[in-house]
Design a protein around this ligand. Structure first.
Ligand SMILES: [Fe+2]
Length: 253
């Protein structure tokens, strides 16, 4: 959280989107922590399979349009799956959150759900940028997402596996892509949770204590993308990695 204002200024960021579904001590997002993230300079918070771990989010999300949950939850689910941010200078960015189906809970068709949202917007015309957070386990499904929407959105970026992938690139149609943005947290862990309790779940195959977040030095992991307002497509992209155990990386544009 303390890095957001610093990065916003150093990199002259127009828009900051974070996945916040594990921000409340590893399980869900509380309204209070969402407010802290917004105060730090975050514009939109996406969720995922842990969207409702904090039950108070179920009632809160309808009052907080800048918090979005996967668009392919069944009809009637509280909240929205997309949000249009209007910048101070009038430019607009559409942010969409969607959940994969491979090795995840059964959900509505993610490809069709995102296609339906995109049918209401035109990249470079009604919105200057479109960001899709694909919250999914399988790299194959996320790659398929990138190719299906290549040229129609600014960025397809994966979340959920908590490990940043080294495949960030601009696809042939002009969409920036990264299979997973990685997590912000202690990487001396099992995807952010304390090693002992997490390892025990695999080794002993018995119910044990609920894993708690590892509390060592945290790495911030993410991606920065520069887009062309006229087309909405990506011009440059680079990974952001600050602090903790990960090798540092800072965009130089
Ligand atoms: Fe997740």
């Amino acid at each position: 959280m303390e890095q957001v204002p610093r990065l916003r200024e150093a990199l002259r960021l127009d828009l900051v989107v974070v996945n916040g579904e594990n921000a409340s001590h590893g399980y869900g997002l509380s309204p209070g922590i969402a407010e802290d993230l917004f105060r730090a300079g975050v514009d939109v918070i996406t969720l995922g399979n842990h969207a409702w771990d904090r039950r108070d989010m179920i009632g809160h999300i309808g009052t907080a349009p800048r918090i979005i949950r996967p668009v392919n939850y069944p009809p009637g689910t509280p909240g929205q799956g997309s949000h249009v941010v209007v910048l101070a200078d009038g430019r607009k960015a559409l942010v969409v959150n969607v959940m994969g189906r491979l090795f995840m809970d059964a959900m509505d068709d993610p490809f069709r759900a995102v296609g339906e949202v995109l049918s209401r917007h035109r990249l470079g015309v009604t919105v200057q940028a479109i960001i899709v957070d694909v919250h999914a386990e399988a790299t194959s499904e996320k790659l398929a997402f990138g190719h299906v929407f290549d040229g129609r959105v600014s960025l397809v970026v994966g979340t959920h596996t908590h490990v940043p992938t080294a495949d960030h690139r601009i696809l042939v149609g002009g969409t920036a892509y990264q299979t997973d943005a990685g997590m912000c947290g202690d990487y001396d862990s099992v995807i952010g949770m304390g090693k002992e309790a997490s390892v025990a779940r695999f080794v002993r195959k018995m119910p044990g204590e609920r894993p708690q977040p590892a509390d060592g030095p945290a790495s911030v992991a993410g991606i920065m993308v520069e887009t062309d307002d006229a087309t909405g497509l990506a011009v440059r992209m680079a990974p952001i990695r600050v602090g903790g155990l990960l090798a540092p990386s800072m965009p130089d544009f």
